[in-house]
Design a protein around this ligand. Structure first.
Ligand code: NI
Length: 179
């Protein structure tokens, strides 16, 4: 229970599809979700997927009020989604800088759909359905990709737009001197 080690890119567990959650057995599920929340908070992430801490299940979590890793973005309500699905509502792709707890210290420019509808179940088995856009849509697409064994560097179209966060600082946050 508690903070887990986040698996890093190259670990085989991050590269294969996760299994659907079949049973909403409160104890098992709650322990996994608690570990995800503790780890996400400890690492300062805006989202995390169960496979990142070694649980090969289709569970994602995201949300923040304010986050040092993404200082310019609007808040996203804290959400746990089990067996999520995504429907693309606009074919418009927007590029934005992403990082990932499994790819520490790096950032990349990743195209994501601007507007999506996502559905899934909360830990009590109740359905969550939301239509979102922008950064909220980006975060959900990023976390969802983890469930299919995809990490964001695989989505980068030009690898010149991938590198160490410290080196890319002036491109990611052109108006900020430091954060
Ligand atoms: Ni990630």
């Amino acid at each position: 229970m508690g903070i887990k080690q986040v698996l890093r890119m190259g670990n085989a567990s991050l590269a294969s599809p996760a299994m659907r959650v079949q049973e909403f057995s409160a104890n098992v599920l709650n322990n996994i979700i608690d570990d995800m929340a503790d780890t996400m908070q400890e690492e300062g992430g805006v989202g995390i997927a169960a496979p990142q801490i070694g649980f090969h299940l289709r569970i994602i979590m995201f949300g923040f009020e304010a986050n040092a890793r993404y200082p310019d973005e609007e808040a996203i309500p804290f959400t746990v989604l089990i067996n999520p699905t995504i429907e693309i509502l606009s074919n418009e792709l927007i590029e934005g800088w992403e990082g990932c707890l499994s790819v520490p210290g790096m950032r990349g420019l990743v195209p994501r759909y601007h507007r999506i509808r996502y559905r899934g179940q909360d830990p009590h088995g109740l359905t969550i359905e939301r239509t979102v856009e922008g950064f909220h849509a980006r975060v959900v697409q990023h976390e969802y990709d983890h469930l299919d064994g995809i990490l964001y560097p695989e989505r980068i179209q030009n690898l010149k737009n991938f590198g160490f966060e410290e080196e890319l600082r002036s491109r990611i946050w052109p108006t900020k001197e430091s954060i």
